[in-house]
Design a protein around this ligand. Structure first.
Ligand SMILES: [Mg+2]
Length: 241
């Protein structure tokens, strides 16, 4: 057991609370598989219209899709552009908006359930019972984080979290992002524990004064030795006080 004295706990998602493969093997393929159906079923919805406008603007396409064409052809054009951007791993705003809408439909219908490791729920429940504040910091948007933790394989966990941060506040590898979070939490950085699978993120957090632990989950990228950080394979290995 690793003893940790802290007031707040900040958690990464992919590779820490949840498997990296859920995002890559379930969430992204879900967008591809449901794209056509989603476009057809929601074509006249304002939210989708806004996402399509943003996709056009991101790709510098004007008067697109051609509104004089039948809806099915416009939808094919949008689907083709979305697939092109996903294939090229372009992280554009419009694409993220549309992906978020498709994920929401999947989580709401129960077709998608977010993966979390077995030890995560009992650990955060015990940390909460000790009066610790738990927050999330992920490169996934806050909106996606709310969907994710609202629909996990162990139920809705949202009530356990005090705050959600995404890269709108800054990169996870920048010290300033952790300064900002400590400021938001209103506690000394030494009173915050950050857990992540990415060494560069831990280094940035440690430079801001945070306590850090490296998450070693099955399927995570290999970390080259030697480690400056202490590592855990499960949240059950931490004795928080
Ligand atoms: Mg991660």
């Amino acid at each position: 057991m690793i003893p940790i004295q802290c007031d707040c706990i900040l958690l990464d998602i992919e590779g820490t609370t949840s498997s990296i493969s859920f995002v890559y093997d379930k969430m992204f393929p879900f967008v591809r598989e449901n794209l056509h159906h989603f476009l057809t079923a929601n074509w006249n919805d304002e939210e989708l219209t806004q996402a399509v406008k943003q996709i056009a603007s991101d790709a510098k396409l004007s008067d697109w899709p051609d509104r004089s064409l039948p809806p099915a052809e416009q939808q094919n054009a949008v689907a083709a552009e979305v697939i092109r951007q996903m294939d090229s791993d372009i992280k554009a705003t419009g694409l993220k908006m549309l992906q978020g809408q498709i994920w929401k439909s999947g989580f709401d219908s129960g077709e998608l359930q977010a993966h979390i490791y077995e030890d995560v729920k009992p650990a955060i429940e015990s940390w909460k019972s000790l009066g610790k504040d738990i927050s999330i910091y992920s490169s996934g948007s806050v909106q996606a984080q709310l969907l994710f933790f609202g629909h996990t394989i162990q139920g809705d966990l949202l009530s356990h979290f005090s705050a959600h941060y995404d890269t709108k506040i800054g990169s996870k590898k920048e010290v300033g992002s952790y300064d900002f979070i400590a400021n938001q939490m209103g506690v000394d950085p030494e009173k915050i524990l950050f857990i992540s699978d990415i060494v560069a993120e831990l280094e940035a957090a440690a430079a801001a004064g945070f306590q850090v632990l490296l998450s070693l989950r099955p399927g995570n990228a290999k970390v080259s030795e030697p480690l400056d950080q202490m590592a855990i394979g499960s949240f059950a290995e931490i004795a928080v006080s």
